[in-house]
Design a protein around this ligand. Structure first.
Ligand code: ZN
Length: 334
């Protein structure tokens, strides 16, 4: 079995088989690695009409962050099981589109690196540079593919995996009046964070009011949630962020979010993990893994409902101005 080191790909193929007629499955690109060919799958379900809203789930952009792929697969598994009996889910899917790219960087996951097989950090690969100063190296670097956070050759086309994400978003999400994306990562920190653009500048996005309304909606509907919502630029700024690039190219409402799962939650329970580069980004104990896979289902389900019902909560007129001011105070201290 060529994917024995990539159980996530085996699970994804099983889910594709199980989903059968409900799923539209495409191979957005193929990645060659160690004499093997790994497909980058895109799976869509629900109403294909451009008149309905859409929500996309992405994972595995960084090959070390396996848990990002695993949470998306676990949500897909839950959805597919519910398709067999849940008529409210079928009703939801009649009025929206769902898109999944659970394993964007299979070559990186296979070889256990953050980057793709060419040594490029896909989340630094978009043709977009930070406006303000970025952290040395971490913000994206053009020195060498032997070092982390490599942006790729400047002026060259994007890497096939990054291009595939852009193609799927441009085809499935951006043409709609309303769309959202959730890209699942894991990183350092004690809290689970939900980031919104920008990453390349500390300037607020034009849709800050919409993000503010979404955050308020979630916090009111799930008052005990433990996520930190914030603009990515509040943590650090980067060059080449794919979501900034796509957001800037969107003509309609497109709200891309990044889930950054805090891995110190797992490491502090088992400090020896700090010496293992896989373990540091992923929960290893079975019960901890199950807890993580469970924890985010509420958020994923909420995003589906919010996308479907966007007409009821997207702020307009005076409410929009008020929401914008509130969000500026909350996140930009102005
Ligand atoms: Zn990441």
């Amino acid at each position: 079995m060529p994917e024995k080191n990539l159980p996530e790909l085996i699970t994804l193929k099983r889910l594709i088989d199980e989903g059968g007629k409900h799923l539209e499955v495409g191979t957005s690109c193929t990645v060659a690695m160690d004499g093997r060919q790994f497909p980058v799958y895109t799976i869509a379900l629900g109403n294909p009409s451009p008149d309905v809203p859409a929500l996309g789930f992405f994972g595995g952009i960084h090959g070390l962050e396996r848990i990002g792929t695993q949470v998306v697969l676990s949500f897909m598994e839950s959805l597919l099981a519910r398709l067999r009996w849940d008529s409210t889910l079928h009703q939801q899917l009649e009025s929206m589109r769902l898109v999944f790219m659970p394993l964007v960087n299979p070559g990186g996951m296979w070889q256990a690196t953050r980057c793709n097989p060419q040594g490029v950090d896909l989340m630094r690969n978009a043709p977009l540079s930070a406006v303000e100063k970025v952290p040395f190296m971490l913000g994206g670097q053009t020195f060498s593919h032997h070092l982390p956070w490599y942006r790729g050759v400047q002026g060259a086309p994007m890497e096939p995996e990054a291009e595939a994400v852009c193609e799927v978003v441009t085809r499935e999400l951006l043409p709609r009046q309303f769309s959202m994306a959730l890209d699942c990562h894991s990183g350092f920190g004690l809290r689970d964070r939900i980031w919104f653009p920008h990453a390349h500048t500390a300037t607020p996005i034009p849709h800050l009011a919409d993000i503010g309304a979404l955050e308020q909606l979630f916090s009111q509907s799930y008052p005990n949630h433990n996520y930190v919502f914030e603009p990515q630029s509040r943590q650090y700024r980067t060059h080449g962020d794919l979501w900034d690039y796509l957001y800037l190219n969107a003509g309609k409402v497109f709200l891309p979010l990044t889930l950054e799962m805090g891995s110190w939650l797992w490491v502090k329970k088992n400090p020896r993990q700090i010496f293992d580069r896989i373990a540091i980004f992923n929960p290893t104990a079975r019960h901890r893994l199950q807890r993580v896979l469970r924890r985010h289902l509420i958020l994923f389900d909420f995003l589906m409902r919010a996308a479907n019902s966007h007409g009821r909560w997207l702020p307009e007129g005076m409410a929009r101005t008020i929401q914008h001011r509130r969000a500026l105070t909350q996140w930009y201290h102005t």
